[in-house]
Design a protein around this ligand. Structure first.
Ligand code: UT7
Length: 319
């Protein structure tokens, strides 16, 4: 039987403070009506000064370990996807490792912006199947509120903070990660970027986006990569029980589902509550739908994301 990485448990964490569109409209020239109509977003969670990418990630990991019925000491690998680490270094993965009380394991960050979780999942899956470790925590965690330009209404209303984590275990059998596909095309770096960095400006910088152009690329790339990963796994779109997409915009989710002839009821949507949490959005949506009982053991899931770089990717998983 094939050695695969199975999802043994999932967890997520959100900051305490939930901010509605109406609250944003008090200080920004926007409206609940515009945000809901153009994006489907109704609220987002914003971290306070005590909540960071690593603290949210640690909380998500504790819940994922509990769901998997495992101790932190069982973990041999931590891969954390983020574009908003607590510090330039050490990695947020090693901070999570220390907070969980793990003395020794492999731990590092992966950076592919909104596609980060798919990149982290693919790396961890390869390492588990090659024998580098037998169990892993794969995390997507972000505090994008720290890199938003709160005077740019075209971007600041779209994002939120949060974390999601999965425990992967190497096991022989039919379930687990069946196929993954990753892409990047650096020619589009100027459509979605942060105008700072240690090596250029020496500042963290703020997020800048040409939203309409990103939207166009997202629908095309996501539909293509979903078709690719299904073909790699030898599956048809009819086989899918749930699509767990990156939560950037409800209109992108609808348009992508339509291109694949997928009924909208099969698409997990959390963008209304969480907004776009970048690398956290896929594991956050996955954990939400597992805990509310929609996703059940044995279901076929496809996870997908697209973000700055551009980067994009998908995974087919038998849960
Ligand atoms: O996670 C990485 C991937 N990111 C994405 O996938 C994001 C993709 N892009 C999008 O989701 C959409 O393009 C946006 C939600 C960002 C914008 O929606 P849009 O329908 O493309 O609107 P737009 O940027 O073309 O702006 C339309 C109008 C403009 O006014 P005028 O020039 O038509 O008078 C904007 O100034 O809406 C205005 N506008 C706003 N009005 C009220 C932009 N932001 C706001 C706002 N409130 N927050």
């Amino acid at each position: 039987m094939t050695l695969r990485s199975i999802i043994a448990g999932t967890g997520s964490a959100l900051p305490k403070r939930c901010v509605s569109n109406a609250e944003l409209a008090k200080t920004i020239d926007t409206s609940d009506e515009w945000i809901v109509e153009r994006t489907g977003i109704r609220s987002r969670y914003i971290a306070d000064s005590t909540e960071t990418t690593a603290t949210l990630a640690t909380d998500a990991c504790r819940r994922a370990l509990e769901a998997a019925g495992m101790d932190a000491a069982d973990i041999g690998l931590i891969v954390l996807a983020t574009a908003t680490p607590d510090q330039t270094f050490p990695s947020s993965a090693t901070k999570v490792q220390a907070s969980l009380g793990i003395d020794d394991c492999i731990a590092f960050d992966v950076h592919a912006v909104c596609t980060g979780f798919l990149y982290a999942l693919t790396v961890a899956d390869s390492m588990l199947r090659s024998g580098a470790a037998s169990s892993a925590l794969v995390i997507g965690a972000e505090t994008f509120s720290r890199i938003l330009d709160w005077e740019d209404r075209g971007t600041c209303v779209l994002f939120g903070d949060g974390a999601g984590a999965v425990v992967l275990k190497a096991e022989r059998g039919d379930r687990g990660i069946l196929a993954t596909r990753l892409h990047a095309d650096g020619r589009h770096g100027d459509l979605l970027y942060v105008d700072g960095g240690a090596s250029t400006t020496g500042t963290v910088g703020k997020l800048r986006m040409k939203g309409r152009e990103v939207f166009r690329h997202a629908v095309k790339n996501l539909a293509e990569v979903l078709r690719e990963v299904l073909a790699d796994a030898g599956l048809e779109s009819d086989d899918i029980d749930w699509v767990v997409p990156h939560q950037a915009n409800a209109r992108i989710l609808d348009a992508t589902a339509k291109k694949l002839n997928l009924p909208p009821e099969k698409v997990i949507v959390t963008v209304d509550r969480h907004a776009n949490t970048s690398a956290a959005s896929v594991p956050l949506a996955l954990d939400t739908a597992i805990r509310d009982g929609r996703i059940k053991r044995g279901d076929l899931l496809v996870l997908e994301a697209m973000g700055g770089g551009f980067t994009w990717g998908a995974a087919a998983v038998r849960y």
